[in-house]
Design a binder for this molecule. Structure first.
Ligand code: ASP
Length: 338
């Protein structure tokens, strides 16, 4: 039987670093280097390796991920593995998931420990990602699974994954749902399928997207926040070029009372999404009364981010804005997330 054709696209990140003369790790390795470090790949798949960029994921852009999605769509292969940095994997992966509707596995992987350290995790993660992309169950359920993240022998729906630690090896978690599968011995053991109705329902609205980035500001709302940056944003010419705002709100969707009027004014000017700063939802809709509780915040016109982490809410809002959706349509898209 012929081996699956797996296309590896390397963007950069710790997995692709090498030390410079001072010992500092610099972007440098390409896709061929990553593949050469894992000789076992050849036994699993017909591997093609392509270096897309050599940048840290902290410097990637929305436009680069749109270009990557177009590249993936054009491939005639049985599976795709993207290697990149860990810093923004939860955002870039989610954007790919919004943009791609494919019946082949698309897996994103990365590394926490760089290649100069003892026991770097990059080669093992790349091998695991290719094993997932080749796995018959994963291939059979690829459309239902959506884009996946593979780290440390666990498989996550990228729509649910978060980077929860800046340096630990086990930095990735999916607190709301847990992993979809685990790699054990020579097996990929499936455990669940993700709930992706909101993504599937939103996709037709994303059929035609502007090529222009739509800047979305993200504010983490904290104790006694006076809201002066939001006021400055409202007053600034062209609102500093921002087209939308995400507020990482407290608890089930609450804001400090002293800034809630400002948030309401902002929502009248720019699409403004409330998303849980706790990292995931769902949030409340009609439990607490009183000023700046979720009932008041919703009545003030803020869009409900549902269970989406603020980072993912920002990615979704940027996509909605590229699609030219108005406030009502954006609200309908976000409603799918509960
Ligand atoms: N700053 C790096 C990046 O995101 C970190 C990593 O790869 O883990 O590219």
């Amino acid at each position: 039987m012929s081996k699956p054709r797996i296309h590896i696209l390397a963007l950069g990140g710790t997995i692709a670093t090498r030390p410079d003369a001072t010992g500092a790790m610099q972007m440098g390795l390409g896709a061929d280097d990553l593949v050469a470090a894992v000789p076992r790949l050849a036994a699993l798949a017909e591997v093609a390796a392509e270096t897309v960029s050599r940048v840290g994921s902290h410097s990637l852009s929305f436009d680069q991920i749109h270009a990557l999605a177009a590249k993936i769509r054009a491939l005639e292969v049985d599976g795709v593995v993207v290697t990149q940095g860990t810093d923004t994997l939860e955002e870039t992966g989610f954007l790919l998931d919004l943009l791609l509707d494919l019946d082949i596995p698309v897996v994103v992987t990365a590394a926490m420990r760089n290649p100069a350290l003892t026991s770097p995790d990059g080669p093992g993660n790349l091998l695991a990602a290719v094993r997932v992309a080749c796995d018959p169950w994963m291939r059979r359920h690829a459309r239902a699974l959506g884009v996946m993240a593979v780290m440390l022998d666990e498989v996550y729906a990228v729509a649910d994954v978060q980077k929860a630690h800046p340096t630990r090896l086990d930095a990735f978690v999916a607190p709301q749902t847990g992993p979809l599968a685990a790699l054990v011995e020579d097996r990929v053991v499936p455990m669940s399928l993700p709930v992706r109705d909101a993504i599937v329902a939103a996709r037709p609205r994303f059929a035609s997207l502007s090529a222009a980035t739509q800047p979305v500001a993200l504010f983490w709302i904290s104790l006694d926040e006076p809201g002066r940056v939001l006021e400055a944003l409202i007053e600034a010419p062209d609102h500093l070029g921002y087209r939308g705002v995400v507020l990482g709100a407290m608890g089930g969707g609450h804001l400090p009372e002293r800034m809630s009027g400002t948030a309401g004014r902002l929502a009248g000017i720019l699409p403004t999404v409330v998303s849980p700063r706790a990292g995931g939802g769902p949030m409340l809709r009609h439990t607490y009364g009183g000023p700046s509780s979720e009932i008041a915040v919703r009545e003030a016109g803020l869009i409900w981010g549902g269970r989406l982490h603020p980072l993912k809410a920002r990615v979704l809002l940027e996509t909605c804005l590229r699609a030219g959706l108005d406030r009502a349509a954006i609200g309908e898209v976000f409603d799918g997330w509960g």
